[in-house]
Design a binder for this molecule. Sequence first.
Ligand code: G4P
Length: 284
Amino acid sequence: MTIQWFPGHMAKARRQVVEKLKLIDIVYELVDARIPQSSRNPMIDDIIANKKRILILNKKDMADESITKEWIQYYKEQGIASIAIDSQTGSGLKQIVQLSKELLEKEREKMKAKGVKPRAIRALIVGIPNVGKSTLINRLAGRNIAKTGDRPGITKQQSWIKTGKELELLDTPGILWPKFEDEEVGLKLAATGAIKDEILNLQDVAAYAMRYLIKHYPDRLMDRYQIDNLSNENEIVDLFDHIGKKRGCLSAGGLIDYDKTAEVFIRDVRTLKLGKISFDRPNE
Ligand code: G4P
């Protein structure tokens, strides 16, 4: 899904989230575990202000497990509670209610002291497009409620989804815009498939991903494409020549078709043919 984020749209999206915040106890800020920083909204802290929040690193099944652990630790040090989940299988979902209860314990104790029986926790899922908001809502609801690929700006009646006895979720997520003014963020969003391929030049995206893999996952590149030696002297173009030849990405005259080669390489990255890759690291 492509969304054109004009200033007007951003203001409206923000307003819609702020309106919904009045109804809830806690925000579930959803990000892509492969790019936890690059898939965050740049103004999120400002938007959610004092609301309690859990940062949920979704698609953990696609991210480098050791880096995800580093992120959880990193956010802990920043005072942000975070967990990693896989919304497609439901792995990690139980932690959401548990952690919400812990974070809201004081408020719930206060209510109890006043003699008010604590009601179910009310939550809102927010995040940029494609991080898996609808998938998570459907998982928590145990049925298909949110259409994947929900669009911002389409208003419909809000309703609460009950998930167990302890959690109620607004059925429409808050959709926010990414940090796309930063070129590297754009390349990371494209490499992971969070934004459509028509938005950025695929050869640029492939070259970015290739450089990143040379730096962080050289063995996987060498294995996948039978590269004998991968040194810093390798020119990116030589690597694409090699991959293009191996994968038969040739144009009519027998020359390497770089568009096709980039497509093949990016598809390999996105479909985990090169293993689980995290494109954001806390120490970079
Ligand atoms: P959104 O509401 O935030 O825009 O995201 P949405 O739920 O539509 O999910 C975007 C894509 O991410 C979907 O794939 C969805 O299946 C996938 N996804 C969501 N959560 C996870 C997860 O935890 N792990 C993995 N591996 N994928 C996840 P799609 O290709 O757009 O659609 P489809 O192939 O599922 O039909």
